[in-house]
Ligand binder design. Structure first.
Ligand code: NAD
Length: 249
């Protein structure tokens, strides 16, 4: 049978990149999916793939998250994917940049989990999957000051949820990818291209970071998300699942 048959999943940032591919794979594996994103356009095409409800949801809008979550059936899987990469050191990060990154990358998860956890507990449990990054407390990357701080916070948040509800059927794990093909990675490669004299040179620099010799794919992250969402991972909680082609080796 399909690996997520009978399960209900709520996903944020399901419009493009990793979130999109995870939502698609959840559907392919038989889950019923609530796929949300800031941008309605990006959610197009998901309806064709299975039992899906799409909705515009800005995870930085606390009220919107609260009221949207009241409308969804209690999920077995909550996939918190929304996040933003701020480029620069501490000297490039003013208070506004800091607050924006923490709001989008961390507080958003506090909002979705606070809204859904009571019902997930009533339901007997569920799997919460939070998008962190290898660039966090795991691996230092230049010019990722507030990004690394937020993604390290996601790991702490994840482990805290895991320990507090471990006897109540809730599992909570973090995914820590290295460099993964996505529209936002393309934008980062183009930006670096401006600095180093060419997009191809910039791409080669991103490839070179991985000892494995290539950039990862959203499908590879989706494999892990399906595993963490399914009962196959029932003994796994509080983990930081590094999936980075050896970047952090
Ligand atoms: P992306 O950055 O290309 O797309 C992000 C998606 O998030 C878009 O669909 C966008 O509309 C949506 N979004 C932006 N602001 C939002 C908001 N306020 N509310 C709801 N949705 C919003 O996708 P990606 O690169 O696959 O990144 C997805 C996640 O994976 C992020 O948390 C990112 O930090 C993490 N990640 C990515 C990589 C990578 O190399 N791509 C590596 C490690 C971690």
């Amino acid at each position: 049978g399909r690996r997520l048959e009978g399960k209900i999943a709520v996903c944020t940032a399901a419009g493009q990149g990793i979130g999109r591919r995870v939502a698609e794979r959840f559907l392919e594996e038989g889950a019923r999916v609530y796929a949300t994103d800031l941008d309605a356009e990006k959610l197009k095409g998901l309806e064709a793939l299975g039992e899906v409800d799409t909705a515009v949801l800005d995870v930085t809008d606390g009220r919107a998250v609260g009221s949207y979550m009241k409308t969804v059936d209690t999920p077995d899987i909550l996939f918190n994917c929304a996040g933003f990469v701020h480029h620069g050191t501490v000297l490039d990060c003013d208070d506004k940049d800091w607050d924006f990154s923490f709001d989008l990358n961390v507080t958003s998860m506090h909002r979705t989990i606070s809204a859904l956890l009571p019902r997930m507990l009533e339901n007997g449990g569920g799997s919460i999957i939070n998008m962190s990054s290898a660039a966090s407390s795991i691996k230092a990357a230049p010019n990722r000051y507030v990004y690394m701080a937020t993604k390290a916070a996601v790991i702490g948040l994840t482990r805290s949820i895991a320990i507090d509800f471990i006897r109540k059927g809730i599992r909570c794990n973090a995914i820590c990818p290295g460099t993964i093909e996505s529209p936002s990675l393309e934008a980062r490669i183009s930006a670096l291209g401006e600095e180093v004299g060419g997009v191809e040179k910039a791409r080669a620099m991103f490839v070179e970071r991985q000892p494995i010799g290539r950039i990862g794919t959203p499908d590879e992250i989706a494999d892990l998300a399906v595993y963490l969402g399914s009962d196959e991972s029932r003994f796994t909680t509080g983990t930081t699942q590094v999936i980075d082609g050896g970047w952090s080796l």
